[in-house]
Design a binder for this molecule. Structure first.
Ligand code: SF4
Length: 285
């Protein structure tokens, strides 16, 4: 994404938030592919732009938070200093202990990426960079909930974990709904058997919150991940060319494109298009 497109995002959002008189918080999730291949200089330049917009709008007290989803293979000390200086929070793609992670995640020379990632996680933890784990559940890994849970919680001392099923429509890779249910139920039992309030397993925490709220008839749709909120399209996905989609999962579905950040105002597309999206997306559900 070039600098002018990024500036359009910031200006557009600031206008949108101001016109809605909302709290001026903008959460940016840098996502790929692998977002670190853009290089450190690229992100330094983007932070200069963010800081300039924060300064320009300092009366409005805008707060910009940066998150980044990475495979953690490219992280070095320079990156770590950058993350600290700019208060980034990282999501790290790690599927479990070595025999699980390396089964599918390999460098181009066919060596697994596990050792590099673990070394980098340790460095990030030593420097207190906030991290969470995003773990993809495959058909294979769904058989090992205990190993995965113990590895993340006991060995790595991770406090924020999310599990997502592998969606390749491929029977060898993708867990069936039964595989996934069995996996999550076992993870829940393991989580429940420890001091579970200290660890956020996002999907399970949301199921519990939603169940409690349902029991007490409390509506808090914005509190949950989108799958449980009934509120698709809450976080816009903006591609490098500025095209806007209601969700990163649907960026290849042309009919769901909401507009382009270089041509449209978010306040003009967001609500009306979201309603159309909610109707259209049923066909993909
Ligand atoms: S389509 Fe996207 S926004 Fe909707 S529930 Fe799925 S992940 Fe969330």
């Amino acid at each position: 994404m070039d600098a002018s497109t990024f500036e359009n995002i910031l200006q557009n959002y600031i206008n949108f938030i101001e016109s809605n008189k909302q709290e001026l918080i903008l959460n940016i999730v840098w996502h790929g592919g692998e977002p670190l291949v853009a290089g450190l200089d690229y992100y330094k330049k983007m932070m200069e732009i963010e800081n300039r917009y924060s300064e320009l709008n300092k009366d409005a007290n805008i707060k910009i938070f940066n998150y980044l989803q990475t495979n953690a293979t490219l992280i070095d000390n320079e990156w770590i200093n950058f993350f600290k200086d700019n208060k980034f929070s990282l999501g790290i793609s790690l599927d479990g202990p070595k025999y699980i992670h390396n089964k599918y995640r390999k460098f181009i020379d066919d060596n697994g990426t596990f050792d590099v990632i673990i070394e980098n996680i340790r460095k990030l933890q030593e420097e207190h960079v906030p991290i969470g784990i995003l773990s993809v559940i495959t058909k294979f890994s769904s058989n090992f909930p205990e190993d995965i849970f113990n590895f993340f919680v006991d060995k790595l001392k991770i406090k924020l974990i999310d599990f997502i099923p592998c969606f390749y429509n491929n029977d060898e890779l993708s867990p069936s709904s039964d595989d996934l249910s069995r996996f999550l139920i076992k993870i829940f039992d393991l989580w429940y058997s420890i001091n579970f309030s200290c660890i956020n397993i996002i999907t399970l925490s949301d199921i519990i919150d939603k169940t409690i709220n349902w029991h007490y008839n409390i509506e808090q749709p914005d509190k949950y991940i989108c799958e449980f909120s009934g509120n698709c399209g809450r976080n816009l996905a903006i591609l490098s060319n500025g095209d806007i989609y209601p969700c990163e999962c649907l960026v290849n579905v042309g009919s769901l494109k909401l507009g382009n950040i270089n041509q449209n105002k978010i306040r003009n597309i967001r609500e009306p298009r979201r309603k159309i999206f909610l109707y259209e997306v049923k066909g993909y559900g």
